[in-house]
Design a protein around this ligand. Structure first.
Ligand SMILES: *Cc1c(COP(=O)(O)O)cnc(C)c1O
Length: 499
C-alpha cells in the first residue's frame, strides 16, 4: 500500500509522494505531510553496518513508496557521489565527552542544504516522468543564502527544468552571494531583492498561489515547483542522516544498543529539526530535540510560551541562514500537535498571515515536550567559536556555534547528560570573516578572500573546492528587483506576457 500525503490545510484530498514532490506546496497553500510517519523496518544492528547510500535507501523507500527500488537507488547514487569530499557523506566528529558534531557540509556548496538539494532534482525529474508531466518545471526559490546556491548547483543544466532564485540583497555573506552570482547553466537565474528573507519567501509563496501567473506559465509550457524546504522531497532526505548518525554512534561503540541521545539543531525554517523529529517517530532513540535560534528567537519564545509572534525587529546576524521570522516548516508540527486537524491549523496560519501571531492551546503545548528552545546572542556565538577552538582546535561556523552554545547551556542547566549530536550545518569557510574574527579580532582588517588562507592554517583543513571555484569565477547574474516586482521579474525571465 502506498503511503499517501495530505495538505496541512485540507483534510480531504490525498496525493502520492511523487505528486507531493512535484507540487511542492499544496494548492490550498498548505504543506504536504505523510498521513502517518512510517517505522524503520530494520534494526539499528542492521543499519549500523550500512553506507550512507544504503541507509538513504532504507529510510527513503518508507516515505516515497511510489518510487521503484531502481528509481530510488538511481536518485541516491546520482546525489551522494564524488560531489561530496568524503565517502562517509556526513561524518560524525567527537568534539568533547558526549558531544558529537554531525558534519552536514561536505557537499558541493559546503552547507547542509546539499544533503537534500543534491537529490531533489533527481526525485523531481523522476516524479515528473512518473506523472506524465510534459511541461518544463520552473523551480522558484527564496533563499537566506545557502538554499539558493545548493539549488542552483543541483538544478543547473538538468534537462526539463529552469531555476529562479531570489535572495535578500544585503542579507547574505559575501561568499554566499559570490557563489550564487557566479552560477553557470543556461537554465539558471539569480535575483537580488531589495528586502529581507521573509519578503523573498512571502513573495515566492504568493507567486505559487497566483492563478493568473499559473495560467500564463501553462500556456508557455511551464509549471512551478518548489525547492524550498517546504518540499517533502527535501524533508525526507534529511531524515536519513539522523538515522545514520545514530547507527554510526552505535557502530563506533560510543553508545549502547537502545541508548537514548539528544540532538541540537541550529534552526531557521524548521526543516532540519523537523527531520530529526520524524527520525524519532520512525523509532530512532532520540529524547530531546533542542531547537537553537540566533537573535531572531521567535522559536525560543514559541516553545517557552506557546505564542508564535513574528511582530518584532528583524535582526541581521552572523548566522544569516537562520535570520528568519516565519519558520515555514513549523506548520507541519502545528498540524500534528493539533491532532492532524487541518481546520485548527488553518485558523492559526490565517492568524499568522493577518495578525502576524497566534497562540496554541494548552493541549497542543503539551505535545511539544520533546522540544526545548534555546538561543545564542552574537556575543555567545563568537564566544562558542573562540572557546571551542581554544579548547579543542576545532573550528566551527557561526550557525553551528549557535547550536553549540545552546547545547552547552542546556546540558549545564538541565543536568541532562544524554549523548548529544549537534547538526553542524556549514563549513567555517563559508562564513570565514565572522569565524576568523571570533578566533582573533585582529583578522577584522583582512580581506575576506585572503582570510581563507588564514583559516586553512588555523583549522588545519584544506580549502574546499567550492571556495576555490569562486575565487576567480566570472559574475554572471546582476539582476535586482523591488519586493513588489518579483512577479514582473519572473515573467521577464521566462518571457511570458503579463496582461
Ligand atoms: C538553512 C540553514 C540552517 C537552518 O535550517 P532550517 O532547516 O531552515 O531550520 C542552519 N544553518 C545553515 C548553515 C543553513 O544553511
Amino acid at each position: 500500500m502506498d503511503l499517501l500525503y495530505k495538505s496541512t490545510r485540507n483534510a480531504e484530498k490525498t496525493v502520492t509522494a511523487s505528486e507531493a514532490i512535484l507540487k511542492g506546496l499544496a494548492e490550498d497553500g498548505g504543506l504536504f505531510v505523510p498521513v502517518e510517519i512510517p517505522k524503520l523496518d530494520l534494526s539499528m544492528d542492521e543499519l549500523k553496518e550500512m553506507s550512507y547510500q544504503e541507509t538513504a535507501y532504507e529510510v527513503m523507500k518508507l516515505f516515497l513508496t511510489d518510487f521503484t527500488e531502481e528509481e530510488l537507488k538511481h536518485c541516491i547514487a546520482s546525489a551522494y557521489d564524488a560531489k561530496f569530499d568524503t565517502t562517509e557523506i556526513a561524518p560524525l566528529v567527537k568534539i568533547r565527552d558526549g558531544v558529537y558534531h554531525l558534519e552536514l557540509f561536505h557537499g558541493a556548496t559546503i552547507a547542509f542544504k546539499d544533503m537534500a538539494l543534491s537529490i531533489l532534482p533527481h526525485l523531481l525529474t523522476t516524479a515528473a516522468r512518473k506523472n506524465q508531466v510534459t511541461n518544463d518545471i520552473v523551480i522558484l526559490t527564496a533563499t537566506s543564502g545557502d538554499t539558493g546556491k545548493a539549488a542552483l548547483a543541483g538544478f543547473a543544466d538538468v534537462p526539463g527544468t529552469k531555476i529562479i532564485v531570489f535572495y535578500p540583497k544585503n542579507g547574505v555573506s559575501k561568499v554566499q552571494e559570490l557563489q550564487m552570482v557566479t552560477q553557470k547553466g543556461a537554465n539558471t537565474a539569480v535575483v537580488a531583492i531589495h528586502g529581507n528573507f521573509d519578503n523573498a519567501q512571502t513573495g515566492v509563496k504568493q507567486l505559487f498561489e497566483d492563478k493568473e501567473l499559473e495560467k500564463e506559465l501553462a500556456d508557455a509550457g511551464y509549471q512551478f515547483s518548489s525547492a524550498n524546504s517546504i518540499n517533502i522531497g527535501r524533508l525526507v532526505p534529511q531524515v536519513v542522516y539522523y538515522v545514520y548518525a545514530y547507527a554510526k554512534l552505535l557502530q563506533k561503540g560510543e553508545i549502547a544498543a537502545g541508548e537514548e541521545i539528544n540532538v541540537t539543531v541550529p534552526t531557521g525554517n524548521f526543516g532540519n529539526i523537523l527531520a530529526a523529529y520524524y527520525a524519532k517517530q520512525m523509532g530512532v532513540p532520540i529524547t530531546k530535540l533542542i531547537c537553537a535560534s540566533n537573535e531572531n528567537k521567535v522559536l525560543f519564545d514559541f516553545f517557552r510560551t506557546g505564542v508564535y509572534d513574528k511582530n518584532r525587529e528583524f535582526v541581521l546576524t552572523s548566522s544569516p541562514s537562520m535570520d528568519i521570522l516565519i519558520s515555514s516548516n513549523l506548520e507541519r508540527l502545528i498540524y500534528q500537535i493539533a491532532g492532524q486537524s487541518a481546520n485548527k491549523n488553518l485558523e492559526l496560519m490565517d492568524a499568522l498571515k493577518t495578525a502576524g501571531t497566534y497562540a496554541i492551546t494548552p493541549e497542543m503545548k503539551k505535545e511539544l515536550q520533546d522540544f526545548v528552545g534555546g538561543y545564542a546572542t552574537e556575543a555567545d556565538t563568537r564566544q562558542a567559536i573562540h572557546e571551542t577552538y581554544a579548547d579543542t582546535g576545532y573550528v566551527m561556523d557561526t550557525h553551528t556555534a549557535v547550536a553549540s552554545h545552546v547545547c552547552n547551556v542546556y546540558r549545564q542547566e538541565s543536568g541532562d547528560s544524554h549523548k548529544m549530536v549537534i547538526a553542524s550545518t556549514a563549513s567555517p569557510y563559508k562564513f570565514v570573516r565572522s569565524v576568523m574574527t571570533a578566533i582573533d579580532e585582529n583578522y577584522a582588517s583582512v580581506d575576506e578572500l585572503e582570510l581563507m588562507e588564514d583559516l586553512k592554517k588555523v583549522s588545519k583543513t584544506e580549502i574546499p573546492k567550492a571556495i576555490q571555484d569562486i575565487l576567480d569565477a566570472q559574475i554572471l547574474h546582476r539582476r535586482e528587483c523591488d519586493v513588489d516586482q518579483m512577479k514582473a521579474t519572473v515573467r521577464e525571465i521566462l518571457k511570458v506576457e503579463g496582461k
